[in-house]
Each structure stands twice: as C-alpha cells, then as structure tokens.
Design a protein. Structure first.
Lengths: 497, 127
C-alpha cells in the first residue's frame, strides 16, 4: 500500500529511539512490573513505531489531504445521506461544559448534558410519531438489532416467543435488515417487490401466518419510493400479530412532513449520522436511536433519562421487563449533542424544509439526468433516485462500476452502486437538501460528459480512475487475500500489496 | 455470452450436466458476468442430500453475496476444492474448471424439466 500511496507508513518512518515527548523523571516510587502484572500479560515482540512529533503530524496531514469529504465536494452516496455537517454543531460540541465532561460524572453535576439527552428522547419520539426513545444504539444496524430484541421481548412476554420465529424483509432491503434479524435468532423471508418497486401485497399475504414476528420496512424504500400501501401492509402484519419495524435510514425524505408512527410502525431507528447531520463515513461514530410505541416501552434498555417533579434530570431505573443494556451508558453523547443542535437550528416550524428540499433536489436530478441515464422506476421519487446503466452495459460494455470510477476523475465522490440488488447496474444517487442548483447542474454535466465517453471512448471508463492517488483497486484480490495489518516481516511482500 | 447446447439451465442461472447418474452443477457465464469478480465460494459437505431448487451454498463477489441453488436433487459426491484457493476460476471458466459440485442423482430424467439452451437464451433476452 505504502508505495502506491506515495506516503510511507509510520512503521517505515520509525527510527529506534526517536520520540515526540520527553517525560520528566517520575517522582512516584515505582514497583517492578512483574509484581503488578501476570507473566502472561507481558510480550516483548510488539514493535511500535518511534517518531518525532512533526513526522506524525505530516503523515496524518498528508493522508487527510487525500481525503474526499462533504466539506470538499458533492457526495451523492445513495442511502447514506451525506449531507453537509453545519459548523455550529461543532461549535456546541466544543463548549468545555460538554467537551470536558467525564462520562462518569454524577448526573446531578451534569444537568445540562442530561437535559440534552432528555430533550432528544422526546424530540426524536415526536419526529417519529412514537412514544419513547432509547439513545443507546451506536449505529443504524445496532438500532435494528435493538428494535428486533424489543420485538422478541414483546412476543415472549405475550406468550408467543416460541411460535413467532420469522421476520420478513423486502427483496430490496439493505443487507443489515436480514442480518440483524438472523443475529437476533430469527429466520428471515424475503417479500418481493412489484413492478412499481413497492411491496407486492399478494406475495406478502402468501408469507403471512402466525409465525411472523414482524416485518422490517424502509420507508421511503431503498428504491427511493414511498410505500404507498403502508396502511394496508400495517393492517395485514398486525392482523397476524406481527409488529412493524421502520428502518429510518431514509428519514431525510420525511422529517417534519410524515411520521412512521402514524403509518402503523411500532418501532424504528434513526440514523443521526444521516438525517441529523453528524459526521460519518470515516468522520465519526454513528448513533442509531430507537423509538417505540407504548406497547414496547416496558422492554426498553437502560440509560433512559427522566425528569423528576422538581425539574431535575436522572437516569431511570430500568423496569423488570427491560432487556438490559445494549451499550455503555447513554450512547454516543457527542453525536447526540450535534444532532440536537442541528434540530434546534431548524426548529419546529422549519424542520420540514429538510425533507422538502431533499425531495426537490432528487427529483431535479431525476428529470435532468433521466434524459441520458435510465431511471429504474421512473415516477416521482423521494429523497433519492435509482438509475440503471443496463442500456450502456448492453450497448457499450460500460458498467455502473466504470461510470462510478470515472466520476472520481471528474472530482466527485461516486454514488452508491449495485444497491438495491434488484436493480441491474444500479446507481443510487442521493443529492441531499443542502446542494445548490449550480452544484446539481455541474454534476449532471459531468455525468453527461461521462455518458458521451461511454458511447465514443468506452476505454476511458474502463481505465478510470486515472487522477487519484491510487488507480483502480483490485477489489477481488483484496477480498480473497485480505492484508489487514502491517507486518514487520516485509520480506513476505504483504506490505507492498 | 456463452450458453452451451449440451447443458440444462435453471432460472436462477445455474447449469447442470447429466452424465449417467452424475450431475455436475455450476453457474452460467451470464451469472459470473453479473456477479463480477468472485471472492469467496461456500460449498456443502460431501454426503449432503440436496432437494431440487435447494440452496447448497453461497457465492460472494465484490458486488454481493448470492445463494446457490441446485437445479436437481441428489447426494453431493464431490465439491470443487480448487475453488477455495482460486475462486476466480468461476469467472474464467464457468462451464469447465469452474464447476461447483457433483451430485449422484436418483432420476436423471428430472433434468428434462429444466431449460435447454434455447430456453435459457430466451430468459436472458427477457431480462
Ligand atoms: C437502508 C439502510 N438501512 C440500514 C443501514 C445501516 O445503518 P448504519 O450504517 O448506521 O449501521 C443503512 C446504511 O447505509 C442503510 O442505507
């Protein structure tokens, strides 16, 4: 890797004895390590790099200069909602009262932070049309797992734990949905999509029976389309005693305008790192709060914040049916805080503009780009639009993969490709609400130029990218023979891969 | 896209070659093309009994993980062990060295209900 990147690894820059800081001689009497630790805990074969401070800073600065982020350009990665992260979020997160707060500070000495948690539980529950919210999960997929554990606890508590063993997911679902269900001990069955890209109600009916514990739906779904039969789906699934889980990854299309709780969903997660503008994609930890209807409240994990009669904030003692704890303490506090600032910046009156502009931007791209690249399901879309390069593949042998790679040469982060799996040669483009018309137009022009190349000089696309620090990666070899760590034994060539 | 005449095909893009009471199963040229570079293949144990259309393993490419289905039922008598070291063989030679499993079939005539080359070509045209 190091050779291709043109940036040596810290291990390669290392020189014996070089160091960044000289610590003063300790005036604390020391004891031999062997008296403090068991022999099994010792190892002397751990070669850590030895460097001076400027070497380390330059190394990481060089790497950061290679980074592509939402602060450097348009990032239309579908389903991921790579929206701009307003700097006021960072401003608040750097206030010493938050930034310096030790996680173990007693709640009575951290009432400001406790209020942020309390308010967010309520704000998110309200945005979702739900009754309560746990802020513990560390990501969307973690939220899915918690949501399913709650569904399981509910069925067990109602004496149906043994019979309800199946979770339904649409064939267009994100891979984490069936994976979370399997991780939770459920068997899964896929519901087909019909020709308009929504849940096929007849197929759903054929899968419904008393074994169904619930269905996981993303709404709008992963094709960027609103599940317009959601009322009927809810009625059918509830009819067999199943619960409805909403994968909230696509809340950016709904926030302030429509609420999963009103559509019949019983439990949902939010991705604060998507809808609520906190850094992600290598930029920071995630946060996947789970909101529930009343019937699921008894099973919620610990870490819920309550307000006492005299206005103080405390951690609630979990009830007897609580499933316990799914993360340490109260979740990714600094992420929750940034999302809180974001929501308050819009306020109740203006928050719906997020969804309105996200949907407007996606449809603008659908109409403009749809002239040159086929739209998989060409009708009014929500916050993202799925295109297909099937025609280009058949005619010129150019794949979605090649188009995505070529976009990098034009200075853009590529969109999501090959998801959802039911669309051949899929390109899933999510512009988000913060992009101007000029940005969208420039992107369309770049895509048009690439599609012209696809027709006239397809070899440019199959060779792309040519302007990036590394050229096209051999993803298959990386998957077949992963090289996951630096090895001091350079003779095996592992570090050159 | 190559679709050999002497094979039978499933709608889920596997091929089968019947030879006496032995059936050899693999994925089609179209399937390997759709998947892209194959990174990992999980095959069943020898001795497993498969039902027709039953899942027998998984194939993972840089794009996606897909389930493998056996077009015919029978007992697994061999798996292509070379694929563990060289899964790319499925991309390079899907109908030859890239075969996946061999089955001992009770009634070889079961394969007659599968698509022939013309039928499979028609299926590819539709999609
Ligand atoms: C539709 C959908 N569901 C679930 C997830 C998982 O969310 P996370 O990455 O926060 O775990 C994603 C992530 O991209 C997604 O797009």
């Amino acid at each position: 890797m190091s050779k291709q990147l043109g940036e040596p690894l810290l291990f390669e820059l290392s020189r014996p004895g070089r160091k960044a800081v000289e610590l003063p001689v300790s005036d604390v009497p020391d004891a031999p390590l062997a008296d403090l630790l068991a022999a099994a805990d010792f190892r002397d074969d751990l070669p850590l790099p030895e460097l001076a401070e400027p070497d380390v800073i330059r190394h990481y600065t060089h790497l950061s200069q290679r980074n592509y982020s939402i602060d450097s350009g348009f990032y239309p990665l579908g389903s991921c909602t790579m929206k701009y992260n307003p700097k006021i979020n960072e401003e608040a997160a750097r206030l010493p009262g938050f930034a310096r707060l030790h996680p173990a500070t007693p709640p009575r000495l951290a009432q400001g932070a406790m209020r942020v948690l309390y308010d967010m539980q309520h704000i998110l529950a309200e945005i979702g049309g739900m009754d309560a919210c746990s802020l513990q999960p560390a990501a969307g997929a973690h939220g899915e797992l918690l949501g399913l554990m709650l569904i399981k606890a509910y069925h067990e508590d109602h004496g149906n734990g043994a019979i309800k063993d199946t979770i339904l997911t649409p064939d267009a679902a994100h891979g984490t949905n069936p994976a979370s269900a399997a991780r939770c001990g459920y068997r899964t069955a896929a519901v087909k999509s019909h020709s308009r890209g929504r849940v096929d109600i007849d197929h759903l009916r054929s899968l419904l029976n008393e074994r169904v514990a619930g269905i996981m739906l993303t709404n709008p779904n992963t094709l960027g389309l609103f599940e317009d039969n959601i009322d009927q789906i809810a009625e059918l699934v509830h009819g067999v005693g199943g619960l409805l889980y909403c994968d909230g990854a696509n809340m950016n299309a709904l926030v302030g305008r429509a609420r999963p709780g009103d559509m019949g969903f019983d439990v949902m997660h939010f991705n604060l790192h998507k809808t609520f503008s906190t850094p992600h994609g290598g930029g920071g930890p995630g946060s996947g709060p789970v909101a529930v209807k009343k019937a699921l409240i008894p099973y919620l994990p610990s870490g819920l914040v309550a307000k006492t009669a005299d206005g103080a904030y405390t951690f609630e003692k979990p009830g007897p049916l609580s499933i316990g704890s799914v993360a340490a303490g109260f979740g990714s506090f600094m992420v929750i805080l940034r999302a809180y600032v974001y929501i308050l910046t819009y306020g109740r009156e203006k928050i719906s503009r997020i969804a309105e502009n996200a949907v407007l931007n996606a449809n603008y791209l659908r109409m403009r780009l749809g002239k040159d690249l086929d739209v998989a399901y060409n009708e009014l879309c929500m916050h993202e639009c799925i295109f297909t390069a099937k025609r280009q593949q058949k005619a010129y042998g150019v794949k979605a993969y090649d188009i995505a790679k070529r976009l990098m040469d034009y200075g853009y982060h590529p969109p999501t490709i090959y998801f959802p799996l039911i669309v051949h040669e899929a390109l899933m483009i999510e512009p988000t609400e913060t992009e101007s018309r000029e940005t969208l137009d420039a992107f369309v022009e770049a895509m048009q130029a690439i599609l012209t190349e696809a027709r006239e000089t397809p070899e440019l696309l199959s060779a792309a990218p040519v302007t990036t620090p590394v050229r096209r990666l051999d993803e298959a070899t990386a998957a077949r023979h992963p090289c996951l760590r630096w090895s001091c034994d350079v003779s095996d060539g592992a570090n050159d891969a | 896209m190559s679709v050999p005449e002497n094979l039978r095909y499933s709608k889920s893009h596997e091929w089968v070659r019947i030879d006496g009471d032995t059936a050899t199963v693999g994925i089609t040229d179209h399937a390997q093309e759709e998947l892209g570079d194959v990174a990992l293949i999980q095959l069943p144990e020898v001795g497993r009994i498969l039902l027709a259309d039953g899942a027998f393993g998984e194939i993972e490419s840089i794009k996606a993980v897909s389930e493998l289905y056996s077009p015919v039922g029978g007992e697994v008598v061999a798996i292509n062990e070379a694929l563990e070291e060289a899964p790319e063989t499925v991309n390079n030679d899907p109908y030859g060295d890239g075969w996946l499993i061999k089955l001992k079939v009770a009634s070889p005539a079961d394969a007659d209900v599968l698509l022939d080359a013309a039928g499979y070509n028609a299926l590819l045209e539709e999609s």
